[in-house]
Design a protein around this ligand. Structure first.
Ligand SMILES: [Zn+2]
Length: 113
């Protein structure tokens, strides 16, 4: 759902909750307390649903932002590792911090820089 549609839905919920509260007041004024209690309970339930809806929307937005940030960091770290591995010529060079080479390495005659 788009953000605009979610806001419209929340506004519609609020409008229905106000309507239910009005029905509760009118029922109470006409002496029908069971209907007043039912309408009041429905209005409160809908108000709680609006708050819950808003909370879940914020949680979803936070999770989405966190996933995007983690994905960006992972791709950056992968890039750093790829550059470091591309600069290594052989395993012995890698494990000796650039001081030695394998006997089969084409760079074995180079000195450590
Ligand atoms: Zn090497």
């Amino acid at each position: 759902m788009t953000r605009r549609l979610l806001h419209a839905l929340a506004a519609l919920y609020a409008l229905v909750a106000v309507g239910l509260a009005h029905c509760a007041v009118v029922s109470w004024q006409n002496g029908s307390w069971p209907h007043a209690a039912f309408f009041a309970g429905a209005a409160v339930l809908l108000a709680v649903a609006i708050v819950h809806h808003s909370y879940q929307r914020d949680e979803l937005r936070f999770a989405h932002a966190r996933l995007e940030r983690d994905a960006r960091l992972a791709s950056f770290e992968d890039g750093v590792v790829a550059v470091a591995l591309a600069a290594a010529c052989c395993e012995t060079w890698w494990t000796s911090c650039g001081f030695q080479h394998d006997s089969t390495c084409p760079h074995r005659h180079r000195s450590a820089a």
